[in-house]
Structure formats: structure tokens, C-alpha cells
Design a protein around this ligand. Structure first.
Ligand code: GLU
Length: 408
């Protein structure tokens, strides 16, 4: 998917073949074997991955994912998307992504801590505050980042908070980082509503995924006055056309570790949830959720891609035939997370910390700029929002490579 999208952009930009290969292929791809002792005394070897896509504009940046499906190809695709996301928002980073093939929901905290520390140790030759900076992604959390920060700091001999972002605030994390992705999604949705002349208080939203991104996006949309009528997690969804009480849902999800059985709502499958009629559809879970099989049945005005890669290129082609759907593409829609990660890294490097409102002001200013530029290009060239966003990102990397030249 990432390569297909890149080829489309390269065609659109009429990029010469030699440049395409230079920009497309990841610079460094690592696979490490991670033996750890399980709680039952046995030793198991997990596979860990890290892909650093390009090193042209600064250190590489991107999340670390714990999920059974993690593989080198997936991580490479996510790293490439991080490159375009960072370039679109003007951050001085290349893209990266990492992951460990494991099922964190069936592992104890002790096992997860040993796995995280072992991975950090194996990555030491390839990471650093000026080399590659990790952050949370699917299946990882502030706690994961705290263990990474500690393992790296013990190796260096002094506290090095700038080695990761998305840490707890108590050890150098930034105020607002946890909420940044979801709040950014809601901000961009509100900008899209302004553009289309949709009134928040008369609109409805459906959110797929109730992790850090989906739950905060649901909360923030509700604050803008939107009625959230459906949400789901891995186990399934709940729907109530009159609107869900997101606060109560949060509480329920924390207590029961599922949304299923939430009182005052009906159960709904993930597929039915995605095709529920609504104004704003927010896929905030995994990639490849909107496919050729369901894209034709999607009934929304705004598709806000909070996840990375939720829409396949085949689905994109079907959505393009429905001009009534306004797409906020993933590399723009979920960029709030990495933007505040950048602020966290800057604060750590300077040991000078900002208030939450300073963080949010600066975040919304960057998102506003990226949204305005993407929309302006899409309109001027009559191209889809995704192609506009990707081409802005790719062009900045291309320009960086041109200015630096080919070494030696
Ligand atoms: N994992 C997030 C993403 O996909 C955040 C990356 C970061 O903060 O470095 O954008």
C-alpha cells in the first residue's frame, strides 16, 4: 500500500527513476532476536524490528508497536508514512517505525518489561536522541517508553529523556502528548466541518477503535458538540443513535476491559459499524479496515483517518467516485501525536518545559498550516486530499536530498 501510494505520487510529481528509488527504499532495516524468560520459567525468543526510512532531514522518528501481526514489511510501510507525515508538518525528522511480534494482552507486566528492556539493549547501536527516537504506537504505552528511557539511561550513565517521546510527564514527558493525536483528529474534523458548512451540534460520529487515539478523539469530538453514536474495540462495538455517554463508556471500558455489554447501547460488529450512516467516520484502529469490500457501503461526509493506513488503494479508488466524502488522510489526520512528540523532544533537549496551553496552541498552529496547504493544493490541482498531502511531504524530502546532493 505504501509503495503503491508512493508510486502514484512519484508519477504525479514526474519524478525521475533514480530519485524514486533513492526516496522509496528504507535506509536501514533491522531485525533482532529477543530472548526473554517468561513467568513460567521458559525462555522464548521474540522477533523485533526497526526501520529507519530516510536520514536526510534529521534523526528518524516514529512509534513502536506490539502486536501479533508485526512484520518487517508492515514496519517498513509505517516508517515510510512517518516520513511523509513529518515532512508534511515541517518536522526536522525522517520517518521510522518499530515493532515486536507479540500479544501484549496475554503477557504480564514483568514479561513486557523484560521484552522492552531487551529490545532497547539490542537497539543501542542504532538509536539515540540525534539518531532515532521511538514513541508509543498500537499495544505500547507511556510505561513502555519509561522502561526504554530507563534502559537507555542506565547504559549511558545519566538520565536521557530525549531518547523516547510519549513518556510519563514525571520523567520528562510533555503535557498534552497523551491526548495530542485524538485532539488533533477532532481539530482537523472541525476544520473540515467549517470547510463543508457542517454544524458540529447537528452531526454524528462513529469511531472504530477505543485505544489512546480513538477514545480521546471521541471525547474531543463530543466537546465540539458532535453526537458520537458508535464506537468499537477489538472485541466489537456498541451503537446508540441518540448518542453515547463517552465519559461513562470510558469508565466501563476501564472496568471491564471491553465495550461489550455497555448499558444503553446495542452491540454491533466492526464491519457494520464502519458502514453505519454518520457525518464523521473515524477509523482509529489498524490498517486496511476500509477495503474494496466495504468502501462502496460507507455513508459519511468526513472520513477522518486517525489510524495509519486504514484505507486500501482499491477503497480509495471507490471513495474517489463519491465526491461527497471529504477525506482527511492519515498522514495529516493523526499527525498531532508526532507533532507533540517533537515538542517533547525539544523540551527534553533544552530541559525547559512548556504549559499545556502552550503545547496545544503550537500544535493547532502546525495542524492548521498543514490542513490549509493540503486543501489549497487539492483544490488548485483538483486532486484527492491524500495525493495532495503525500505530494507535499514527498516533495520536501526530495528537495532535502537535492540540496544535500549525493555522497560521495
Ligand atoms: N505512533 C505515532 C504515529 O504513528 C506517533 C509517533 C511519534 O510520536 O513519534 O504517528
Amino acid at each position: 500500500m505504501a509503495c503503491q501510494q508512493f508510486d502514484q505520487v512519484a508519477d504525479y510529481l514526474e519524478m525521475p527513476a533514480a530519485q524514486r528509488d533513492r526516496i522509496k527504499y528504507p535506509k536501514r532495516s533491522m531485525i533482532v532476536a529477543l530472548p526473554i524468560q517468561l513467568d513460567n520459567g521458559l525462555v522464548r525468543v521474540f522477533s523485533g524490528y526497526r526501520v529507519q526510512h530516510h536520514l536526510t532531514l534529521g534523526p528518524t522518528k516514529g512509534g513502536l508497536r506490539y502486536h501479533p501481526d508485526v512484520a518487517l514489511g508492515e514496519v517498513a510501510a509505517l516508517a515510510m508514512w512517518m516520513s511523509w507525515k513529518c515532512a508534511l508538518t515541517g518536522l526536522p525528522y525522517g520517518g521510522a517505525k518499530g515493532g515486536i511480534a507479540c500479544d501484549p494482552r496475554n503477557m504480564s507486566d514483568g514479561e513486557l518489561e523484560r521484552l522492552t528492556r531487551r529490545f532497547t539493549q539490542e537497539m543501542i547501536p542504532f538509536i539515540g536522541p540525534q539518531v532515532d527516537i521511538m514513541a508509543p504506537d498500537v499495544g505500547t504505552s507511556e510505561q513502555t517508553m519509561a522502561w526504554m528511557m530507563d534502559s537507555y539511561s542506565m547504559h549511558m550513565g545519566y538520565a536521557t529523556p530525549s531518547i523516547v517521546t510519549g513518556k510519563p510527564v514525571g520523567i520528562g514527558g510533555s503535557l498534552g502528548r497523551r491526548e495530542a493525536t485524538g485532539r488533533g483528529v477532532a481539530y482537523l474534523v472541525s476544520r473540515a466541518m467549517d470547510t463543508l458548512g457542517i454544524t458540529a451540534s447537528q452531526s454524528t460520529a462513529v469511531v472504530q477503535g477505543f485505544g489512546n487515539v480513538g477514545s480521546v478523539a471521541a471525547h474531543s469530538l463530543a466537546k465540539y458538540g458532535v453526537r458520537v453514536i458508535g464506537v468499537s474495540d477489538v472485541k466489537g462495538g456498541v451503537v446508540n443513535l441518540k448518542g453515547l455517554d463517552i465519559e461513562a463508556l470510558d469508565q466501563y471500558a476501564r472496568e471491564h476491559r471491553t465495550l461489550l455489554g455497555f448499558p444503553g447501547a446495542d452491540a454491533i460488529s466492526n464491519d457494520d459499524l464502519l458502514t453505519t450512516r454518520c457525518d464523521i467516520l473515524v477509523p482509529a484502529a489498524m490498517e486496511r479496515q476500509i477495503t474494496a469490500a466495504n468502501a462502496g457501503r460507507i455513508q459519511c461526509r468526513i472520513l477522518a483517518e486517525a489510524a495509519n493506513g486504514p484505507t486500501t488503494p482499491e477503497a480509495d479508488a471507490l471513495i474517489a467516485q463519491k465526491p461527497e466524502i471529504f477525506v482527511i488522510p492519515d498522514i495529516l489526520c493523526n499527525a498531532g501525536g508526532v507533532v507533540v512528540s517533537y515538542f517533547e523532544w525539544v523540551q527534553d533537549l533544552q530541559s525547559f518545559f512548556w504549559t499545556e496551553s502552550e503545547v496545544m496552541d503550537k500544535l493547532f498552529r502546525i495542524l492548521e498550516g498543514a490542513f490549509t496547504q493540503t486543501l489549497a493544493l487539492a483544490r488548485k490541482e483538483a486532486i484527492p486530499m491524500r495525493l495532495a498531502a503525500l505530494s507535499l511531504g514527498v516533495k520536501r524530502v526530495q528537495e532535502g536530498k537535492r540540496l544535500r546532493g549525493l555522497f560521495p
